[in-house]
Design a protein around this ligand. Sequence first.
Ligand SMILES: Nc1nc(=O)c2c([nH]1)NC[C@@H]1CN(c3ccc(C(=O)N[C@@H](CCC(=O)O)C(=O)O)cc3)CN21
Ligand SMILES: CC(C)C(=O)C(=O)O
Length: 290
Amino acid sequence: MSHISQLSVERVTIPVLQRCKEERRAIVMTTAYDAVTARIADPVVDVILVGDSVGNVCLGFDDTLPVSMAMMNHHLEAVARTRPRAMLVADMPFLSFHLSPDDTIRNAGGFLQRGADAVKLEGGGKRVEMIRALVNCEIPVMGHLGLTPQSVNAMGGFKVQGRNADDALRLLDDAHQLQQAGCFALVLEGIPAELAARATESLTIPTIGIGAGPSCSGQVLVFHDVLGLAGSHYPKFVRVYVDGRQLLQEGLSRWAADVRSGAFPAPQESYRIPDGLRESIVNWTPSKSS
Ligand SMILES: Nc1nc(=O)c2c([nH]1)NC[C@@H]1CN(c3ccc(C(=O)N[C@@H](CCC(=O)O)C(=O)O)cc3)CN21
Ligand SMILES: CC(C)C(=O)C(=O)O
């Protein structure tokens, strides 16, 4: 039996996500960083995020801070060439939305010109000015609150947020400021389930949780986490559905063994020359000069 849900070919838009929240149908989002992963994810999910997690997942950095606009554009272009039916969201990397509205609009507008449907950026009230500038230019913005990985140094590590009264109430206030500024959805990351539930029920826009409990309007996990292709240690909120590394390594190992035993390649995996040419190749001898 196939578990691949045959989603409609309808393109996923902002009104479609809004309807999901209103009708309590869970939104499913994952990451893709290239055409291969985008083609795997597209028939399965509602939203594809070209996340700045590309930095640690694909590029070998320890966190997302070294990720540049050039890197994001490179990966976004690869995903966009597959023309996904899922909504395509591009993640604004560290320092790409902090300097000025001008710079922020150019960076985000560049994402849309490369095929993104919307951008995502981290932060609360401090980012409202930039979010308003983007929304004014018809650039849809997904907010991101809680354990915002670009704040890893300020947070002193990837720590669950909103665990004391001040932080919890500030997060609710930030969520409403982002909605007011025009965000069409919010990612809530690494916060207590009860806090995410309160945010979700008090907002009109959908929330997409990652380590934020079951009451969000949807869930997001990194593609390589769900499929067991990331590192060896996963955050508590990850559920690994296949040991992708083991599975792929088994396939690769069978091929390597066939190469070493001579079983690969077989005649049907090889090319032949026309009969008339065979004789001249067999009779050929190297010239003295070569
Ligand atoms: N592969 C991958 N998956 C992610 O979810 C992810 C990335 N990369 N890169 C960017 C950020 C970093 N993220 C992280 C990384 C580590 C934890 C983590 O280890 N958290 C602790 C919380 C401890 C606590 O405060 O209680 C945990 O044990 O879950 C959480 C989120 C989420 N994002
Ligand atoms: C984990 C998701 C929400 C993200 O921001 C990323 O992949 O960069």
